[in-house]
Design a protein around this ligand. Sequence first.
Ligand code: EPU
Length: 430
Amino acid sequence: MDKLIVEGGYKLKGTVNISGSKNASLPILAAALLTDEPVRISRVPDVSDTNYMIQILSQLGASVERSSGTVRIDSPDGISSSASYEQVRKMRASICLLGPMMARMKRCTLPLPGGCVIGDRPVDLHVRAIQALGARVRIKSGNLVMEAPNGLVGATVDMRGDNGPTVLGTDNLMMAAVLARGTTVIESAAREPEVVDLANFLNKMGAQIEGAGSRTITIHGVEQLHGCEHTVIPDRIEAGTFMVAGALISEGVTINRICRDHVQAVADMLSECGHTVRFSSNGASVYVAPGVQPKGGKITTSPYPGFPTDMQAQMTALFSVTPGISVVRDTIFPQRFMHCSELKRMGANIKMDNGTAVITGTERLSGAPVMASDLRASAALVLAALAAEGVTEIHRLYHIDRGYEMLDDKLMGLGAHVSRVPDLKAVEES
Ligand code: EPU
């Protein structure tokens, strides 16, 4: 286990390249199971979540080769329809194997994902979707056991839950429907760029999907899919995290390999708070620098193209040192505020009230030993540490490694004083 030591107060400067999207890669890797021909996926970030997915695919019987960001997957006939708890429990996103496994094998046993630190994360919408296509679903010994002996059949399914549309639920239904008989219409579909990237990948495999990126997606089932090559979209959350770093403590940073539309909500919020945000003319790069008179802001997370829940923790870190009062409300994961108690240990003034954080900016945070609790909470702690006075030690770094490729190297490239060292105390405790 490693910890990150951050010496705060050094202004970032320079250029950083954004990796491929973790959240687009995961369902795309799973979708490789939909064909018995090889697929080649480029710009898959080397983070532990994509590695977990690759391990699960291998355990199911696929042959997987990975070299410098490109993953080649070959899933010949005879793939297992049963995933092991040992693998699946490491990553909630393994639920996105449900759609491809059902489409390819017409049956599957998938351990139910357990609890999650960012809140109760039910899978009822995934189950409802697969049932709507004619599968029988039961829970046995902690597993979802699903069967559709006569194959899946297209249907119209509304995917809206109490907290809005579901991203991986939409992905699962799309992947299940591509090989179903007849037409499937997904109402209240998630519109996130990662859903569009998956639809593009599936269409390259021969699927017939229309409307991805809108509220209604139509899938005409086809007999079979074939191999293809695909490059994953840039990671908009990694890009957003570096944009916040640029606004927080820099002499200006340029963030390359991005897609302007995908980070527009974060860019708008940073501009509204008085920071400099300038896109290149092709929208593939953005320059961010701290404003002369920055002010706080008000964020309510919402599905794309609204402000992403995956960026609220990082903005909370920025607001902690921004003059005035800021308000952050998460409507998607109302309990996703674990980072606040750690930020408070660094001197942040944050009051929590029923899914809302009210932040009164302080002039300076001070370095402290802190504990990462989940991926984006860890990113918020790294950002806070960059701006804090003194040294911050961030424990449980494995949370960051789930979704940020070479974060410490990229920060060092921008002039940050960070180092990764073995967390001997954590080893003793474990
Ligand atoms: N929900 C249900 N029932 C379901 C599924 C979801 O009620 O069956 C609820 C959730 O509890 C939540 C809302 O619907 O309140 C939206 O959750 P969603 O299903 O969209 O989340 P997800 O697909 O499991 C993906 C990302 C998350 C990101 C969310 C929201 C991946 C691998 N994960 O999760 O990313 O926060 O969408 O945008 O794509 C992260 O990268 O740090 C991360 C957590």
